[in-house]
Design a protein around this ligand. Structure first.
Ligand code: SAH
Ligand code: SF4
Length: 347
């Protein structure tokens, strides 16, 4: 069996200092090494030209720089780029780069290979669960796009909305957030990093104690347990009557407004009665609703409603004083929903 290689992005600053001292190098070289990786986006140790040759050789023998490699890239007309990335043992994962109107970019990262939650409308959910991603594999999705962009654009936001349930991989996800946020790492403000969960209550509770200014989004998609049990099967374990109070407690503990994602599926959760039920469920909470029309996945019955129905749903929420935004769906022509590229190509 091949052993898992060690990647530099698995290492915190402390661990990198330990590595440098094991080589007999001064501690400051740890920060210099991490700056080469996270800020100058070096793709290999030989790019680190201010390091002595002997040190570069030792690094090359001990550790690797990137834990993901490009397998396929697709570019949509709206500028969305989607990449299928290969992991060390041959499994694959998807990552997407989403342009914003201000010329900056959001990277949508995966936290797991597959997902155990099994939401029926989600291409990842149909693939089942394979394994958690390591810290390095999460950070390297961002660095992959940072290298691809070069000086042609900046990454202003990171969202955990790719494959997998981030809170089912809490420790690696939070370490990756630390590396992406730290001044010695990628240096992106915590406010610009959002974690999206299908409603994993222990994760929400732990996050509320982290004292981090991260964004939290909960994928609701239904405002009653009967329907939500079908759309988001995790609801059977963490039903709405426990999930909503957990979200309220998160808002109270952090003082932060949170987001509820509501994906509209024609004839399933898009009626005005359901809009009212949603408004009622969220009344009085410091939150906003992100509406998105479904992305069709291959061989699945969940279709987006007509644009008029989407607008009517949005208007009804506004009328009931719920703050709502209509999220544009990215990369429709390349099947932009995460998990869809992998479903087509196979792993
Ligand atoms: N597992 C987490 C994060 C990854 S999924 C979660 O469920 O929140 C990220 C978002 O994509 C979720 O809101 C999810 O419901 C949504 N999504 C999945 N499949 C979709 C599809 N076919 N159309 C639109 N949104 C979809
Ligand atoms: Fe998993 Fe999120 Fe897809 Fe549901 S929507 S199967 S929780 S990735």
């Amino acid at each position: 069996m091949i052993e898992r290689p060690v990647f530099i992005t698995d290492f915190s600053l402390d661990k990198t200092e330990e590595l440098m001292s094991s080589f007999g190098e001064p501690a400051y070289r740890a920060k210099a090494l991490l700056a080469w990786v996270y800020q100058k986006r070096a793709a290999n140790f030989n790019d680190m030209t201010d390091f002595p040759r002997a040190l570069r050789d030792k690094l090359i023998q001990t550790i690797k720089v990137a834990s993901v490699e490009e397998i396929e890239v697709q570019k949509a007309k709206d500028g969305t780029v989607k990449a299928l990335l290969g992991l060390w043992e041959g499994r694959t994962v998807e990552t997407a780069l989403l342009p914003s109107s201000t010329g900056q970019y959001t990277v949508c990262v995966s936290s797991q290979v597959g997902c155990a939650t099994g939401c029926p409308f989600c291409a990842t959910g149909q693939q089942g669960f394979e394994r958690n991603l390591a810290v390095s594999e999460i950070c390297d999705q961002v660095l992959y796009f940072a290298r691809l962009l070069g000086d042609k654009g900046t990454i202003s936001n990171i969202v955990f909305m790719g494959m997998g349930e981030p809170f089912a991989n809490y420790l690696d996800v939070m370490s990756a957030v630390e590396h992406l946020n730290a001044p010695w790492g990628f240096g992106l403000g915590a406010r610009n990093i959002t974690i999206s969960t299908a409603g994993h209550i222990p994760g929400i509770e732990k996050l509320s104690k982290e004292k981090l200014q991260l964004g939290l989004a909960v994928s609701l998609h239904a405002a009653n347990n009967d329907l939500r049990n079908k759309l988001v099967p995790l609801n059977r374990k963490y039903p709405l009557d426990k999930l909503i109070p957990a979200c309220a407690a998160y808002i109270e503990a952090t003082g932060r407004r949170m987001t509820f994602e509501y994906c509209l599926f024609e004839g399933i959760n898009d009626s005005l009665v359901q809009a009212r039920e949603l408004a009622h469920l969220l009344r009085g909470m410091n939150c906003h609703v992100n509406l998105i029309a479904a992305n069709e996945t291959l061989g699945c019955d969940y279709k987006p409603p007509k644009p008029e129905a989407v607008l009517a749903f949005e208007e009804e929420l506004k009328r009931l004083r719920i703050t709502v935004t209509l999220r544009r769906s990215f990369g429709r022509d390349i099947k932009g929903g995460c998990g869809q590229l992998k479903s087509r190509i196979g792993s």
